[in-house]
Design a binder for this molecule. Structure first.
Ligand code: ZN
Length: 317
C-alpha cells in the first residue's frame, strides 16, 4: 500500500532531537520518601544516611511538570516532542494507545543531582492494520542526564511507544439521553417534622404548639424554646399570611425549579413564619406585606408542598 501522502511530510521528523526538559528539583530525600510511601515501597535502601539514591523507577518522576499542566522549569524546551502525534491527529488518527514503556538505567542517581531529559523521535512504523484500527506505531526515546560540572552524564533512558490510529469501529459518541426529569428534593422528615408533612398531604397547614405554654413555633423542633416543655400538639393555621421577605433566585439554575425562582418568607396570621414559594406572580411584582394564601400542590406523584399565592380581594376575610 502506498504511504499516505501526508505521512511523507511527517516521516522526515524521525530522528529529530527535541530540547531539554529540566527537573524542578534536585534529587532529594523528601521526594524519595514520599514516592516510596505512595508506591508502597520500602524506602530504607534508598535513604541511607550520606548515601541517598533515587529508586530507579523514579527516573521519569524528577522531570515531571508537576500539578499544573505544561509547567516546565525555566530553560526547558518550548518544542513539543509529540508534534508527530499532533500532525497525525490532524490527519484523522484521533486515537492513541500506549504499547511499550521501557526504562533502562545506566547508573544510580544520587541526592543533589539535577536531571534533565531530551526526546528523540525514534521511529514511525509503516501503516499497520490492527483490530483496534489503522495507524502507526510511534517510538519516542527520552534520554535522562545529570548536569555535572565535568560534563553531563546519561543516567537512563525511557523508550515509549504508542499506536496512533483511526479506530476500526467509529468512536461511539454517546447519544444524548433525554435529560432525566429532575425531581423536587423531598423534605427530610423526622419525628419532629412528620406531622407537618402529613398535614400538608391532608391539605392542612399545621403549626407546632407547646402543650404547656401554648407558644407556636416553626420550624418544628422537640423542645419549646419558651418553657422547654417537650409536650406539643399542632394547630391548623388559617393559611393566610403576608410576605415578610422574599428573594428571587436567578442563578444557578437548579432543576426542577423554574427560574427566576421566587422564594418567600411568609408570616402567617398566627405569627410564625415559614419559607415557601410564591406562585402565580411575576417575580418583579412581589412586594413586602402582600397578603398571601396557602395552597397545596403535588409534585412527582406524591410530594405535597405548601405554596403560596397572592390572596385575591374576594377571598380576603
Ligand atoms: Zn412552652
Amino acid at each position: 500500500m502506498d504511504e499516505q501522502a501526508w505521512m511523507q511530510d511527517i516521516r522526515p521528523l524521525v530522528g529529530k532531537e527535541y530540547g531539554r526538559v529540566y527537573a524542578w528539583d534536585k534529587v532529594n530525600a523528601p521526594m524519595i520518601r514520599q514516592w516510596c510511601e505512595v508506591m508502597g515501597v520500602d524506602d530504607k535502601p534508598y535513604l541511607v544516611e550520606g548515601a541517598v539514591i533515587a529508586p530507579p523507577a523514579m527516573l521519569q518522576v524528577w522531570c515531571m511538570e508537576g500539578f499544573t499542566q505544561n509547567n516546565y522549569p525555566p530553560g526547558s524546551t518550548q518544542e513539543n516532542p509529540y508534534e508527530a502525534l499532533k500532525l497525525m491527529e490532524a490527519q484523522g488518527l484521533p486515537s492513541v494507545v500506549a504499547v511499550n514503556s521501557e526504562l533502562t538505567f545506566d547508573r544510580d542517581v544520587r541526592e543533589g543531582e539535577k536531571l534533565y531529559y531530551t526526546t528523540r523521535l525514534d521511529a514511525i512504523s509503516p501503516e499497520k492494520v490492527t483490530a483496534l484500527g489503522t495507524g502507526y506505531f510511534v517510538t519516542l526515546v527520552m534520554s535522562y542526564f545529570s548536569e555535572l560540572p565535568q560534563g553531563d552524564e546519561q543516567v537512563g533512558q525511557l523508550l515509549f511507544r504508542v499506536f496512533k490510529f483511526r479506530p476500526a469501529q467509529p468512536v461511539k459518541v454517546a447519544e444524548p439521553k433525554p435529560m432525566a426529569v429532575a425531581k423536587r428534593p423531598p423534605p427530610g422528615i423526622s419525628d419532629d417534622t412528620r406531622f407537618f408533612w402529613e398535614g400538608a398531604r391532608a391539605g392542612k397547614l399545621l403549626i407546632q404548639r407547646c402543650s404547656a405554654c401554648q407558644t407556636l413555633r416553626h420550624p418544628p423542633g422537640p423542645v419549646c424554646p419558651s418553657c422547654h416543655s417537650f409536650e406539643w400538639d399542632a394547630l391548623q393555621a388559617s393559611g393566610r399570611g403576608k410576605v415578610y421577605s422574599f428573594v428571587v433566585m436567578h442563578y444557578p439554575e437548579v432543576a426542577p425549579f423554574e427560574h427566576p425562582n421566587l422564594i418567600v418568607l411568609v408570616e402567617l396570621e398566627e405569627g410564625t413564619r415559614l419559607i415557601s414559594q410564591l406562585v402565580g406572580i411575576p417575580p418583579g411584582d412581589v412586594r413586602i406585606g402582600q397578603a398571601v394564601q396557602v395552597e397545596f400542590n403535588t409534585f412527582d406523584g406524591d410530594l405535597v408542598l405548601p405554596q403560596f399565592r397572592l390572596l385575591t380581594e374576594g377571598a380576603a376575610a
